[in-house]
Design a protein around this ligand. Sequence first.
Ligand code: NAD
Length: 503
Amino acid sequence: MKVIGHLINGTLNTDGDSAAGSRLQDVTNPSTNTIIGKVALASKATVEEAIAAAQAAYPAWRNLPTAKRVRIMYRLKALLEQHANTICEHITREHGKVFNDAMGELQRGIENIEYVCSAPEMLKGEHSRNVGPAIDSWSELQPLGVCAGITPFNFPAMVPLWMWPMAIACGNTFVLKPSERTPSSALFIAELGIEAGIPPGVLNVVNGDKEAVDTLLIDKRVQAVSFVGSTPIAEYVYSTATGHGKRAQAFGGAKNHAVIMPDADLDNAATALMGAAFGSCGERCMAISVAVAIGDKCADALVAKLTEQIAVLQVGDGMDSRNDMGPLVTPAHLKKVEGFIAAGIEEGAELVVDGRGMKIPGYERGNYLGACLFDRVTPKMTIHSQEIFGPVLCIMRADTLQEAMDIINTHAYGNGTCLFTRDGGTARYFSDNIKVGMVGINVPLPVPVAHHSFGGWKRSLFGDLHAYGPDSVRFYTKRKTITQRWPASSQREGVQFNFPSNG
Ligand code: NAD
């Protein structure tokens, strides 16, 4: 059985946790629930070994010209493209999402590498001549030291690529802790990083669970922590890391609403909602899980169109290109999502399409759930207040745009949202006043491109700086401002007790 181990100091360890006896956990294919590998769960000692390697590699790496650090990224981009099929097979086999969706995820990750390649431009700092008499001043962005990343199961290749390429391009060294449910793609990409020329110790990967995470959060040598995952863990990671003096950003869960105005192009809106709600089986932090239709006429028409489209949605194994949607990640997660569906019925929502009990011929043991559509969902229902993270779309009905916006603005989460309309004024009012971090107008999944930054509001993000893009340069560096003059040796000045100024 394949062991998915750790990459420490440039060496891949496939024997599991060498430092303190092996703890191994099954990695399964969600389509069949067969065991396809064993992931090593790092002990505290193993994580400390990785941190020590990162710490030792830091001085030389920090002082390498940025252009040389970035040249490795160019090579990595080429390797990622060359090995895209292998990476995406890992993603589909462990996560379940359809292969083309995995390709989309990888492409978004590669776009982050492309952005990182402009690090020399982003790190060149600011200079001012003559800030005082013959005094010059400049600001530079210096790396932090050892940084850590902890990532979720649902974007196993892309989310790590939000983090470590920028961190190391800025001169930091890194320890990545991928999701133990989908560990192979992140590890394989890190191996490609080593092949591209990343020196030993600069990028380390430790697989593991809470023990590994807690070690990263507490160890004094780790300067900054980036986390992506569920809100309770994000909050825990943020408070623990900052409580131990670290810089932290922790991206959490979501409940993303679309608002459909009566003037919207309803056919396009329904098609867009299908992909946004059911793509990746709803296991996306930017998935649209609620559609608020304005007016009963709009709601009835929307429900009819969605019902029609769900009937032809192809569910099945992610490696079969005819399928639109694969299985959920684990039997436990399937059970949890089914629990939410039961709660929705119990609380009085109308289950228009019931995807439960789906059996795919040849894949009977897989975690399959067909698309589900609830109508007449109200704000207090569990299926509205909680993140379901499955193929369940809730329709809510509101009389006005303001009522829909109030539903969104009072929700605990604020990751993404979108509005379908043909009216520019309505769109502008919505994007100006909605309390959500990422907004789409007739764009259902407004995931920012790599040269903008990604982040939600409210309980979808703990911290100040967003992921990737310009914010990530700020996150992975600290500003230093140097003020300098070279007085002539003949020049003598008296003591000055007043605060220096140009006054
Ligand atoms: P998760 O919180 O269960 O796990 C995320 C990471 O935290 C994993 O590496 C895991 O090993 C670790 N972890 C889990 N429990 C822990 C604990 N008790 N202590 C310390 N570490 C722990 O999340 P998940 O199920 O892997 O991912 C799905 C969640 O991630 C959803 O809520 C989704 O919305 C969210 N997500 C958010 C974004 C975003 O950018 N906001 C992006 C992707 C996913």
